[in-house]
Design a protein around this ligand. Structure first.
Ligand SMILES: [Fe+2]
Length: 242
């Protein structure tokens, strides 16, 4: 078994989303298929680890309280990682990267739910910041081109996120047509998946499951969205353009 970073895995597949390369890592267990050099074939049984947060649990207190952050990371995200690893072993589902895994059609349900949970939360932690990082001129221009302005983007995003029925995610994505778009997914689905209403490269994802905000905001999802959108690390979002 050897360990490599998510960045390396993503890079192998060009279109892969570079998500928190220093945070997301996985172990790969070579399948029985090896090439002539003895190197593991591309498809393997991957296993994943919980990434460390890039800031302390109380760093986002202006938007999310310490207890919520701690439970969210240590319990919820850890749970997705554990169940994902178990599901990969049980179903013997081989893949070359997390994105490769999630893009497969007919994903076993446990991998869809927990693989999505791992990817989504890894991205979520990365695109938040204790102090807001404003959009660069480039990012501002892209948002203005497709949404009228940064504020126009936030308004549209908030409407989309507020409209998610039950548990799910709201996304800013880059489409194949190089246009930015906003979409939502239920549960732990994401725009990498074939089941997504609209597929694209996720640049930013906001968790609208109640576990992300209920302790402080109870049923007031709109208040949570307003605060969390003030803590976006736009540099990290822009880096995900690839
Ligand atoms: Fe969550």
């Amino acid at each position: 078994m050897k360990k490599r970073t998510f960045l390396k895995i993503s890079a192998t597949f060009g279109a892969g989303v570079v998500v928190a390369p220093s945070l997301v890592s996985c172990n790969e267990e070579a399948s029985n298929d090896t090439d002539a050099t003895g190197e593991a074939a591309a498809a393997t049984l991957l296993s994943f680890e919980l990434p460390k947060l890039p800031y302390p649990y109380d760093a986002l207190v202006a938007a999310v309280d310490e207890e919520t952050m701690t439970i969210h990371h240590q319990k919820h995200h850890q749970g997705y990682v554990n169940k994902l690893n178990k599901a990969i072993q049980e179903t013997k589902t081989e893949a070359s990267s997390l994105e490769d895994l999630l893009a497969k059609t007919d994903l076993p349900e446990a991998i869809r739910n927990n693989g999505g949970g791992h990817f989504n939360h890894s991205l979520f932690w990365e695109i938040l910041a204790p102090e807001p990082v404003q959009p660069s001129k480039t990012m501002d221009g892209l948002l203005s081109k497709d949404f009228g302005s940064v504020e126009g983007f936030k308004k549209s995003f908030t409407e989309a996120a507020g409209g998610v029925f039950g548990s799910g995610w709201a996304w800013l994505c880059l489409g194949d047509d190089e246009q930015l778009f906003i979409t939502t997914t239920p549960n732990q689905d994401n725009p990498l998946m074939s089941v997504a209403e609209k597929q694209g490269k996720p640049l930013m994802g906001i968790d609208v499951w109640e576990h992300a905000y209920y302790l402080r905001y109870q049923n007031e999802r709109g208040q949570y969205l307003q605060k969390i959108l003030e803590r976006i690390n736009w540099e990290a979002v822009e880096n995900n353009l690839g």
